[in-house]
Design a protein around this ligand. Structure first.
Ligand code: UT7
Length: 332
């Protein structure tokens, strides 16, 4: 049976850097509060007319393809993870296909929020294992800065989220014990409304009203404490599940790349596994929480910095709105 292996990776973040001080000038918050509660110092905000979720994803994908030595005609499938697509429909997968000049291959979106990238990777991995596809682009990209309200009312969310994109190229190979060892994906919809955007949806006869704009119900809602408590429970659980499935121990992990939700969540997971700083990737101070993009951005940065070496055991894990959570073990 073929296995899948990451052979190229890339990321793109918009040019505009927004510091905590920039936000504090527009709402009742402070650099100290944001750093203490989240670890974030700055994030990137997209530029209208320059950056879109699909074109940022395509830029990241182009880098991944170049690094893997692949041309547009080599790609068999696109799996695009995002909660913030350019259009309500169609999804970003087909827009990337157009942008990169890919063949008439299957291209689709995955909407699994912060666990979106691992869900997308898991799907791509299954298509490779069955022989359906040999070369798949897996992309995670988000624009969130325009759904947050940069005001006192929106401050609990506006300080956390940022924009960006990351991508990997997944290829079929026959070497056993290398590449994606396993993926583990879960969901519990009983808490769907603890982190969600209610409108504009299809539940109501009038999808959008002036009242929705005025009362803030078009903005995302997050029960931060509830999300936090569940994140610190499920991150370790799903990492242990992956280790057990592969007969590996916590100490075998060479590099842990958690979804960059909040530095305090990463620290809690690190403490749970008693891991030194050099084995845990954290770049949230630079980009904030970029949801489906955070893992491929962090993975690419770690790889570029020489922190991912041949033979290393890399663990990625995520938790987010849904609730959904996931992990994957990769032997590099
Ligand atoms: O990627 C997955 C999705 N999201 C997450 O993983 C986020 C998980 N949750 C969190 O990261 C944290 O819950 C937050 C960072 C969102 C909030 O931290 P917290 O320690 O849970 O703070 P809190 O919500 O309990 O708020 C504490 C205080 C409140 O004031 P009072 O009621 O104590 O007077 C808030 O109104 O901090 C206030 N507050 C702020 N103050 C300054 C909330 N947001 C801000 C802000 N600046 N931006």
């Amino acid at each position: 049976m073929p296995h899948s292996k990451i052979t190229g990776l890339g990321f793109y973040v918009p040019e505009t850097v927004v510091t905590n001080a920039d936000l504090a000038a527009q709402m009742d918050t402070s650099d100290e509060w944001i750093i203490e509660r989240t670890g974030i110092r700055e994030r990137r905000f997209f530029k209208e007319g320059v950056d879109t979720v699909s074109n940022m994803g395509a830029r990241a994908a182009r880098i991944a393809m170049e690094r893997a030595g692949k041309k547009p005609e080599d790609i068999d499938m696109v799996v695009f993870a995002t909660l913030s697509p350019d259009y309500h429909f169609p999804g970003c997968g087909v827009l990337v296909q157009r942008e990169l000049g890919l063949r008439h291959i299957p291209c689709f979106d995955v909407r699994q929020q912060c666990a979106g990238f691992i869900y997308a990777l898991s799907l791509a991995d299954q298509y490779i294992k069955t022989g359906f596809a040999k070369t798949i682009l897996v992309i995670g990209a988000e624009i969130q800065s325009n759904v947050m309200e940069i005001s006192d009312r929106g401050r609990n969310m506006a300080v956390i989220f940022g924009d960006g994109a990351g991508a990997v190229l997944l290829e079929a190979h026959e070497e056993t014990g290398k590449g994606i060892l396993s993926t583990h994906i879960h969901a519990d919809g009983t808490h769907a409304e603890e982190l969600f955007v209610e409108h504009v949806g299809s539940k109501l006869k009038k999808r959008v009203t002036h009242e929705m704009i005025d009362d803030g119900s078009l903005l995302p809602h997050m029960n931060g404490k509830m999300v936090f408590i569940n994140a610190v429970k499920y991150f370790p659980e799903v990492i242990r599940e992956a280790l057990k499935a592969n007969n590996l121990k916590e100490a075998d992990i060479d590099l842990l790349i958690p979804h960059q939700a909040n530095a305090r969540i990463t620290q809690a997971v690190q403490k749970e596994f008693n891991m030194p700083d050099e084995k845990v990737v954290s770049n949230i101070h630079k980009y904030g929480n970029t949801t489906a993009a955070s893992i491929p951005i962090a993975l690419t940065e770690a790889w570029e910095a020489g922190r991912v070496k041949e033979g290393d055991l890399v663990c990625i894990a995520a938790f987010g709105s849904g609730f959904v959570w996931a992990s994957a073990l990769i032997r590099w």
